[in-house]
Design a protein around this ligand. Structure first.
Ligand SMILES: *[C@@H]1O[C@H](CO)[C@@H](O)[C@H](O)[C@H]1NC(C)=O
Length: 421
């Protein structure tokens, strides 16, 4: 890409980031005000997005080992037990639990935006599954911590996806296991696939993988070095590690003014077309409902930590899947006992773990070449435990909001899960 070879202007972005970070305290205050008014569903996702469709829904709070309090929703099977019913009257086999793990800069609402007949969470509940929805730290219903205040303490934002793997995922999975007494099926989208793959490869860290019966991974991202979005590539160049060491930790709120400034500056770069930012970022989605896209853009963009984006940017630049790089040999030595951050070795994912992968030909984030690198890591996987689906016309968002996703993808996932019983 010509754009990148003549892109010497990291300084431009450094200065944008300074603007961004200098403005943060102001912006953080305004965020908390919006949170209590516009998004004031104190009941959480159940109240805002589930009960309105006539489904049951329960709210839970789950604490992580490092003190974050996550909101988790449960939608029990929706239809009466006769649904499964070719084997006569009610068998009391418990409904299999499924955990839905959303991606970056969104929360659990992404599974609930379309009509019940088109949204994966409702479709699973209709098909007899016990559906659990997680919301990672920092998103609107998971902005709490036992000692830290997200709006006041920058330490609240001192985390990357390493910490989601180490803490959020084990907390939620262990909680569901305790509640249901069963292993669960996992569905991840985007960052939710990276969390799963990295976690499953890390030995049995905090007893996660042995509580997972199977995993369906949509728009997998593990390797990101072939990402085709010019916006993403430029953004990745600008999120240099020094940002956090120089300016401290901060919230990255996509709805805040500083981020708007940051986005505008990236959009001004040659080769970056922001006329349709969703397409620029995720690829040419074939099958979205424009009404729902508007709803998505109004409600969904959720905060993450700046440090998390720095870590993702490292993954894009380095073509290596590893823990957060402190950008300084001494800091790395202090944290990891090594000058380089340790790698996540995806070849160590248990070979007999049933995995369903679905990826799209137009996905700007989960590029086909990066997907091939992932498949190469899985080349020794038990052949009958790995199902790979390729959908030529799909881009990143089609997998969660596509009007054809039920027919093309969700039916396959349900069949796949039912085969693992
Ligand atoms: C698009 O979304 C709107 C709002 O939810 C809905 O009324 C409409 O039926 C949807 N269109 C299709 C084709 O599903």
């Amino acid at each position: 890409m010509a754009l990148l070879s003549n892109f010497g202007g990291v300084a431009v972005f450094a200065s944008m980031m300074i603007t961004l970070l200098v403005h943060l305290p102001y912006q953080v205050i305004s965020t908390s005000r919006t949170a209590s008014t516009v998004e004031g569903f104190l009941g959480g996702l159940c109240a805002s997005s589930v009960h309105i469709h006539g489904y049951k829904c329960q709210e839970f709070q789950v604490s992580t080992d490092d003190g974050y309090i996550l909101s988790v929703q449960r939608i029990p099977p929706h239809r009466s037990s006769s649904v499964v019913g070719s084997d006569g009257p009610k068998t009391s086999r418990p409904s299999p639990p499924v955990l839905l793990q959303h991606g970056l800069l969104v929360d659990g609402m992404t599974w609930l935006l379309n009509s019940p007949g088109q949204s994966l969470a409702f479709i699973l509940a209709d098909s007899g599954f016990d559906v659990w929805i997680s919301n990672i730290r920092g998103t609107r219903f998971s902005r709490r911590h036992v000692t830290l205040n997200a709006n006041i303490n920058p330490e609240f934002w001192d985390w990357t996806w390493d910490d989601l793997i180490m803490n959020d995922l084990p907390a939620v999975i262990n909680f569901i296991f305790k509640q249901t007494g069963q292993k669960l099926h996992y569905v991840g989208h985007s960052l939710g696939t990276l969390m799963a793959l990295a976690s499953f490869s890390s030995g049995n860290e905090k007893q996660v993988v042995d509580k997972v019966k199977s995993a369906a991974l949509l728009s997998p991202i593990a390797y990101l070095s072939h990402m085709t979005t010019a916006f993403g590539v430029v953004a990745a160049r600008s999120f240099v590690g020094e940002i956090t060491t120089m300016f401290g930790l901060a919230e990255f709120n996509p709805k805040g003014e500083p981020v708007a400034i940051f986005i505008k500056a990236i959009c001004a770069q040659p080769g970056v077309d922001c006329y349709d930012l969703l397409t620029e970022l995720t690829g040419k989605n074939c099958c979205l409902n424009s009404t729902v896209v508007d709803l998505f853009l109004n409600t969904e963009p959720q905060p993450t930590s700046t440090k998390n984006l720095v870590h993702l940017a490292q993954t894009v630049r380095d073509g290596r899947l590893a823990k957060y790089d402190y950008g300084n040999a001494n800091f790395n030595l202090e944290h990891y006992g090594n000058v380089k951050p340790p790698a996540y070795d995806l070849t160590r994912i248990p070979r007999d773990l049933p995995i369903f992968l679905s990826y799209g030909g137009r996905d700007a984030l989960s590029d086909v070449k990066d997907m091939e690198a992932l498949l190469d890591d899985l080349k020794n996987h038990d052949i009958d435990k790995l199902h790979v689906q390729y959908i030529k016309d799909y881009a990143h968002v089609d997998f969660i909001m596509g009007l054809t996703a039920n027919d093309l993808v969700y039916n396959q996932i349900i069949k796949f899960f039912n085969n693992q019983q």
